[in-house]
Design a protein around this ligand. Structure first.
Ligand code: FO1
Length: 313
């Protein structure tokens, strides 16, 4: 089938499927909507980790071990910064630093985050459309026993150790959905909306919190399909499983499907897990969702698109 596909993603797992979808589709057939709730100001730089993870994945520049930042990286800047007593808990590789400096400089000159992202994608030879969920600031904050923490303070500085109680997306209510995101979700030739295997709480829900995005998804006639971020009771990377346990949720793909039940038509569970109990309005599909190679990413993307095509109302 042809038509336009919108993918919602954040984090490392989401970036991998976004890469698979970009390889499975023509550039004009895909819009990748990226979480910006992880973004923050650091050392005077405007850091946008999920946009960078997606761009690096699409450009084949991701570090295969860390998942974030660039491969073949060097750390001269960090060594020199530490030598000056600078803040070194957030690691900025030398090549990665160029992206943060270029983004920060262009934003300071008045460009929007979308304009900067389009420039960086072009510079990195990326043809798929990468769209921040909003050009306005939205900042994920995490409530722990120690009070509210900014996202990167929780995720990196405190290495996800504190137990989470709840999340907030500061600025979401006042944020405007990025215009091309809404336009993509309202296209008449929309083939599918894919929720990538990202952390539901801190990668997907910030996107859904931007006014207009959740309702555009619910009103769309296109099938909405989510891919499990939990395999065999564990998250492949990041704190999704730990967060689910701390929130008292069952740590399973089925629990994620229940959380998305009001906006999805289908859910892809990993083939090592049992097909969940029937969930009203949700069709379950089984697939190999672990992406260890670029080939795996393409294979999962194709399986997801095939599944979505069977859901056409
Ligand atoms: N994650 C870490 O665990 N430690 C780091 O030092 C770190 C630095 C970093 C620099 C740039 C960037 O784009 C991402 C970076 N990340 C780091 C990952 C980042 O915190 C996460 O990718 C997202 O915020 C959550 O998906």
């Amino acid at each position: 089938m042809t038509g336009h596909v919108v993918a919602l993603c954040g984090g490392v797992g989401g970036a991998k499927l976004a890469h698979g979808l970009a390889n499975a589709l023509q550039p004009e057939e895909l819009s990748i909507v990226v979480n910006t709730g992880d973004d923050f100001q650091h050392l005077g730089l405007s850091i946008a980790p999920d946009l960078d993870s997606v761009m690096y994945a699409l450009a084949g520049l991701s570090d295969p071990i860390r998942g974030w930042g660039r491969r073949d990286e060097t750390w001269t800047f960090m060594d020199a910064l530490r030598g000056l007593g600078g803040e070194s808990w957030f690691q900025l590789g030398d090549r990665d630093l160029a992206v943060h400096v270029e983004r920060s400089w262009r934003l300071a000159q008045g460009a929007t985050l979308s304009e900067v992202t389009a420039h960086l994608c072009s510079a990195l030879g990326i043809t798929a459309r990468v769209l921040p969920m909003s050009d306005d600031p939205v900042r994920t904050r995490v409530l722990t026993a120690d009070g509210w923490l900014d996202f990167q303070e929780y995720f990196v500085h405190q290495q996800c150790r504190p137990s989470v109680l709840e999340f907030m997306f500061a600025g979401a209510q006042m944020a405007g959905a990025q215009k091309d995101v809404l336009a993509a979700l309202e296209r008449r030739d929309l083939r599918a909306i894919i929720i990538c295997p990202s952390n539901p709480f801190v990668s997907v829900e910030p996107i859904l919190a931007v006014p207009g995005i959740r309702s555009a998804i619910q009103q769309s006639d296109a099938p909405v399909l989510a891919v499990t971020p939990i395999i065999g009771g564990k998250a492949i990377k990041g704190p999704a499983a730990k967060m689910m346990a701390e929130l008292g949720l069952d740590v399973s793909g089925a629990a994620v499907a229940r959380r998305y039940a009001d906006i999805i038509d289908g859910f892809v569970i990993d083939h090592v897990d049992p097909i969940p109990a029937p969930l009203r309005g949700v069709t379950f599909f089984s697939a190999a969702t672990l992406m260890s190679s670029v080939a795996d990413r393409l294979q999962l993307a194709r399986a997801v698109l095939r599944a979505a095509d069977t859901l056409v109302a």
